[in-house]
Design a protein around this ligand. Structure first.
Ligand code: PGA
Length: 237
């Protein structure tokens, strides 16, 4: 079962999310065989993005590092779970780069997800400078270290998202993505239940090659997930 996740980032009002959900439902009918679909809207649109018929589930894009209390502006993992989320994206490169989230805070977020019963979609990947310096294996290893306290037997989704490929229109070549996937599979070998996704400028055009020439178990899609037709085409690829 391949997992295809739509990361809408800070796009879509509630009305737009509702319209998207209706259009996606019309596009996929009873669902897409062999595919698990997930929509990750803003917190405000979680309700509108849900599918009563269960053809897709919903994820939040972030959770607070604390379980609850005086943390103005934060949303807890338990609140996201109660709002219907099954998954939570943790450690997206935009959170790492723009909001300064690093290993220790991400480890706390992972722990909050587990306490709340959310499955984390843990994102990791190297920058272009790190890649050019040959540091990809070391960077991935240090980002996997953040999972050290995460129970090995619990299901985990990890998304390899090279920073230079996110939102740039320049997806990784399948062979580069696949070599990173192998590294990650090795680093996660002690775990019993994990799926590896590729993310970074996935489109309906490049999804077939990324799917057939790598062993990733799905995609994390940003820009191209904003229209139901493109998202469904990627899922079918
Ligand atoms: P992109 O974003 O598909 O627009 O590159 C992917 C992501 O940030 O998860």
């Amino acid at each position: 079962m391949k997992l295809i996740v739509a990361n809408w980032k800070m796009h879509k009002t509630r009305a737009e999310a509702g319209a998207y959900a209706r259009e996606l439902a019309a596009t996929i009918g009873g669902g897409i065989d062999g595919r698990e679909l997930v929509l990750a809207p803003s917190f405000t649109a979680l309700a509108e993005a849900r599918d009563e018929r269960g053809r897709w589930s919903i994820a939040c894009q972030n959770v607070a590092a604390e379980a609850g209390g005086a943390f103005t502006g934060e949303v807890s993992a338990a609140q996201a779970r109660e709002a219907g989320c099954r998954y939570a994206i943790v450690g997206h490169s935009e959170r790492r780069r723009l909001f300064g989230e690093e290993g220790p805070v991400l480890a706390k977020k992972l722990q909050r997800c587990r306490e709340a019963g959310l499955t984390p979609i843990y994102c990791l990947g190297e920058t272009l400078e790190e890649r050019d310096a040959g540091e990809t294996p070391a960077i991935l290893a240090s980002q996997v270290e953040t999972l050290a306290s995460d129970p090995r037997e619990l299901p985990l989704v990890a998304a390899y998202e090279p920073v230079w490929a996110i939102g740039t229109g320049r997806a990784a070549r399948p062979e580069d993505a696949e070599s990173a996937r192998r590294l990650l599979a090795g680093l996660l070998a002690g775990r019993t239940d994990f799926r590896l996704l590729y993310g970074g400028s996935v489109t309906p055009e490049n999804a077939p090659a990324l799917s057939s020439q790598t062993a990733f178990e799905g995609f994390l899609v940003g820009g191209a997930s904003l229209t139901p037709a493109a998202f469904a085409a990627i899922a079918r690829a």
